[in-house]
Design a protein around this ligand. Structure first.
Ligand SMILES: Nc1nc2c(c(=O)[nH]1)N[C@H]1C(S)=C(S)[C@@H](COP(=O)(O)OP(=O)(O)OC[C@H]3O[C@@H](n4cnc5c(N)ncnc54)[C@H](O)[C@@H]3O)O[C@H]1N2
Ligand code: MOO
Ligand SMILES: [Mg+2]
Length: 404
């Protein structure tokens, strides 16, 4: 039975599991080396292996005095050298201590540092330690963070500011990453006009194209702009045929049951329709398949449906094709600040905010209202068949978890 004939609606978990296995069967494996400056949002193609110890040498965690604890007899000690960060110390003269600053290498022979607030310096420059000292205190030993050869990050890690900072700390100037997925963005609809042009009768501005292109770029994709496609089967076929060299065709609109909804028809005729009609709101007519071997993901045209289906399904699909393991947003449980009395057949994803520690939905949840998502801080999940009273717990997925 093909997806088009399937009775009922497909649970979102099943759709996601299917998309994940399809993604795993079509991995994007080509690798390129990129400078750290160009690596934000990309995916590591090989583990990041430390080529040096971190720290490379024992150093002081405080501004103060370094000594060999076994040599301290409770008497004041002479200061035999001054060691700043970035300098190379001499071995510690026996019986003395060294003036030392945070991040400066410990001299050979020293094993303990006292912070300057706990010492007194006498008239002849000797240092009296006022507090009891503990062996190794305020010392950051060589390799305490990382040893040469450690696998610091696994392949499949998505790179962001922290990972890039870590790579920089290991002296790496370039990283091996998976190549950017090539994603074609196609908007369907006779009514669509690009911003900047005048609107004719019955026309609206194309918002999905900008939303998706921006989001895909943040995800590290190379976007091919497929423009606006008229609601016409022949044009739909021709446009899809021209996109034979991309990793994914991502379209919006034209997937419902209207007489101008041609995407599913084109897939059935010249490819395959694998998924159609999910038990989610918004986003029900989400369509997945292939056209002449090229994967096609057809998101519903209503802008809030586009947002929800891209965040919950398309984004995980693309990341999994790059080898990223944890791709699904987790979110967290929060108490509802509202009542939900009519249980639905579809799982609902409400555009919502946190106010006073409670989830508050935008008053207009129409899937045509993108403003709901601009107001929102996240997406709140109301399970199918369930009712909620204020204070009941529900999952809240912050938009920051999925945007990028
Ligand atoms: N008889 C039925 N009608 C509809 C059903 C149904 O089950 N039976 N499902 C509804 C649901 S739910 C959704 S979601 C929509 C999805 O329809 P499509 O994905 O085929 O999208 P279109 O009909 O082409 O457009 C829907 C809506 O979105 C606007 N749109 C489309 N593209 C854009 C764009 N790029 N930027 C801004 N706005 C866009 C379009 O003008 C329509 O208003 O179908 C329901 N109908
Ligand atoms: O499934 Mo639709 O996105 O509710 O309007
Ligand atoms: Mg349309």
């Amino acid at each position: 039975m093909s997806a088009g004939d399937r009775p009922g609606l497909l649970p979102v978990e099943e759709a996601l599991a299917k998309l994940m296995s399809l993604a795993e069967s079509a991995p994007i494996t080509e690798v390129e080396r990129v400078a750290l400056a160009d690596a934000d949002g990309r995916v590591l193609a090989a583990p990041l292996i430390a080529g040096l110890d971190l720290p490379p040498w024992a150093n002081s965690a405080m501004d103060g005095y370094a000594l060999c604890l076994a040599e301290w007899r409770g008497e004041p000690m002479a200061v035999s050298q001054r060691i700043q960060a970035g300098s190379a110390p001499k071995p510690l003269q026996p019986g003395s201590c060294a003036r030392i600053f945070t991040g400066a290498p410990l001299p050979a022979g020293a094993d303990t540092v006292e912070m300057q607030e706990n010492v007194e310096v006498d008239g002849v420059g000797r240092v009296r330690f006022r507090e009891p000292l503990k062996l190794g205190q305020n010392v950051r030993p060589q390799g305490q963070e990382t040893r040469v050869g450690d696998h610091v990050l696994p392949a499949g890690t998505r790179l962001g500011p922290i990972e890039l900072g870590l790579a920089a700390s290991l002296g790496m100037a370039e990283l091996q990453v998976r190549r950017r997925p090539r994603v074609a963005v196609v908007s369907t609809g006779d009514e669509l006009v690009e911003p900047g042009l005048p609107l004719g009768p019955g026309q609206i501005y194309n918002s999905n194209r900008r939303l998706l292109i921006t989001w895909l770029q943040r995800l590290g994709c190379a976007v091919v702009d497929g423009g606006i496609l008229a609601d016409d089967l022949a044009q739909t076929r021709a446009a899809l045929s021209a996109l034979s060299d991309v990793d994914l065709i991502l379209s919006t609109g034209g997937v419902s049951v209207g007489e101008a909804d041609f995407l599913g028809v084109a897939l059935r005729e010249e490819g395959e329709l694998t998924l159609w009609k999910l038990a989610i709101k918004p986003g029900k007519p989400l369509t997945f398949g292939q056209f002449r071997g090229v994967p096609v993901l057809g998101l519903p045209g209503n802008p809030a449906s586009t947002l929800v289906t891209f965040g919950l399904l398309a984004r995980p699909y693309l990341l999994r094709r790059l080898g990223v393991q944890r791709v699904e947003p987790l979110g967290f449980a929060m108490p509802a600040g509202f009542t939900w009395s009519k249980p639905g057949k579809r799982r609902e994803y409400l555009r919502a905010r946190l106010e006073g520690g409670r989830v508050v939905p935008y008053p207009n949840q129409s899937s045509g209202v993108l403003r709901s998502a601009a107001w929102a801080e996240g997406i709140a999940e109301v399970l199918e068949g369930s009712t909620l009273v204020e204070g009941d717990s529900l999952r809240f997925i912050p938009l920051s978890e999925i945007l990028g």
